[in-house]
Design a binder for this molecule. Structure first.
Ligand code: FES
Ligand code: FES
Length: 155
């Protein structure tokens, strides 16, 4: 099928099988390897991107779901010279250990802050509970989200 959608603000039209997961499209067809493959079955969150502004597991979104959609990946939210406030808070807090889960964590955190600009620890835990980290960076993730909140105009 021809899939027509937008990735990080750029219109894309690609010929792919209709059941190809968005995660594969991003990594293999478009070379956007910041989004990671962890489990492939919606259990880890490593593949989290935004689809029409919502955090989704890209391993579970098919090409046939993408017509007219707006996809944002970790590559689309900031640059090394101009990081997103959440990315800046992540760097300042030194959240990452191996780093594998972190693009998914950041995309989930940005979606959280769009819904709850000043989240409580409980709201953070609830929103982030589906994003696993084998390096157990959870306390630093919470700290970084609170820091990003203050930088983005929250408390
Ligand atoms: S790879 Fe998609 S949730 Fe694990
Ligand atoms: S930083 Fe290693 S898996 Fe999360």
């Amino acid at each position: 099928m021809q899939a027509s959608f937008t990735v990080n603000g750029t219109p894309r039209q690609i010929d792919v099988p209709e059941d190809m997961p968005l995660l594969w499209i991003l990594r293999e067809e478009l070379g956007l390897t910041g989004t990671k493959y962890g489990c492939g079955v919606a259990q880890c969150g490593a593949c989290t991107v935004h689809l029409n502004g919502e955090a989704v597991r890209s391993c579970q979104v098919r090409a046939s779901d993408l017509e007219g959609a707006e996809v944002t990946t970790i590559e689309g939210i900031g640059t090394p010279d101009n990081p997103h406030p959440v990315q800046a808070a992540w760097i300042e807090t030194q959240v990452a250990q191996c780093g594998y889960c972190q693009s998914g964590q950041i995309m989930q955190a940005i979606a959280l802050l769009q819904e709850f600009p000043v989240p409580t620890d409980q709201e953070i835990n609830d929103a982030m509970s589906g994003n696993l980290c084998r390096c157990a960076s959870y306390p630093r993730i919470r700290t970084a989200i609170h820091l990003a909140t203050s930088r983005m105009g929250g408390r």
